[in-house]
Design a protein around this ligand. Structure first.
Ligand SMILES: N[C@@H](CCC(=O)N[C@@H](CS)C(=O)NCC(=O)O)C(=O)O
Length: 198
């Protein structure tokens, strides 16, 4: 059975949502962030050398990187669901968003997080980080509503975009499986975090 190597409070939640959405049977292997610095425990390195989550194992495959995992799951279990017709204009937009999440969006969000840890020490970087976070969030918000009104098959879009927009704290709503299973409620709650961030 497909195993999701899942770190608490992490991007791995997106993979659980996707598997729930597709009704694919899966097993969660839990890893707990360490304390006081909330990094992944060393056991994750035994699954994949980067030691990050998400990682999935499925038969002979071990796959890291959210985008690659999503593509693997859709190709292997999707039966055409949750993705636009191959080579259609929507398909290329879909690929663009898939890369956007871990590309343009993630860097300023991570810098924002690390600057938060540094406090006043990060003051010189703050204006640039804040303006870039605002730039990404306003782009996402406008695109989100545009796509919401013009596309019918936007579940995956919702999952990918909402997770990068939402504050992590809005996503800590219960056990991982419970959150994945109650995804519409979770997504709506996560979306309510959007207004607070923008
Ligand atoms: N680009 C990777 C990022 C993976 C990643 O950085 N995961 C974080 C959790 S959101 C992690 O494992 N952090 C723990 C650590 O760095 O020790 C992906 O899309 O999956």
């Amino acid at each position: 059975m497909l195993k999701v190597h899942h770190l608490n409070n992490s991007r791995s939640q997106r993979i659980l949502w996707l598997l729930e959405e597709l009704d694919v049977p899966y097993e969660i292997v839990q890893y707990k962030r360490m304390s006081p610095v909330p990094l992944a425990p060393p056991e994750l390195k035994a699954v994949h050398p980067l030691g990050k989550s998400p990682v999935i194992t499925d038969g002979k495959h071990t796959i890291a990187e959210s985008g690659a995992i999503i593509e693997y799951v859709l190709e292997t279990y999707g039966k055409g669901r949750l993705q636009p017709e191959p080579k259609s204009a929507d398909h290329f937009k879909f690929i663009e968003w898939m890369h956007y999440a871990e590309g343009s969006a993630m860097l300023p969000l991570m810098m924002h997080m690390y600057a938060g840890y540094l406090g006043d020490g990060a003051a010189p970087l703050r204006p640039r980080i804040d303006s870039e976070v605002a730039n990404q969030l306003s782009y996402e918000r406008v695109q989100f509503f545009k796509i919401w009104f013009t596309h019918s098959n936007l579940h995956l879009f919702v999952v990918v975009v909402v997770v990068i927009i939402a504050k992590p704290s809005t996503l800590r709503l219960g056990s991982e499986r419970e959150m994945a299973h109650n995804r519409p409620r979770t997504i709506m709650r996560a979306m309510s975090g959007l207004g607070r961030l923008c």
